[in-house]
Design a protein around this ligand. Structure first.
Ligand code: FES
Length: 102
């Protein structure tokens, strides 16, 4: 019963996340504005896929399907802060701010 609840709701976890959680929006507006390139860049840079944590334990990467920030797509949420109009450079600055080493 507990497993059913934990696995149904995305914000419940069965393992501790990294020090920071980066959620990349994968919904339509963000995809239309280049989210797939950002996603590929982040995954390559961190060396992880969705729902995984970087080897140094700093960043957990999660997908999200709309942050309500479509007008400023592509969007992401780092911890509790939403970021819009992301570029590869902007997402690099977010990752650098987490102390993540490229
Ligand atoms: S589609 Fe990405 S914020 Fe809405």
């Amino acid at each position: 019963e507990v497993h059913g609840v934990v696995s149904f709701y995305h914000h419940f976890r069965s393992e501790a996340p990294g020090r920071h959680v980066l959620r990349l929006c994968r919904a339509e507006a963000c995809q239309a504005m280049g989210a797939r390139a950002i996603e590929a860049h982040v995954r390559r840079r961190l060396g992880i896929g969705y729902n995984e944590t970087s080897a140094d334990g700093r960043i957990t990467l999660e997908p999200v399907y709309c942050l309500g920030n479509c007008a400023c797509a592509p969007s992401a949420m780092l911890d509790e802060q939403v970021h819009g109009r992301l570029s590869l450079e902007a997402v690099d600055r977010l990752l650098d701010g987490c102390g993540e080493v490229a």
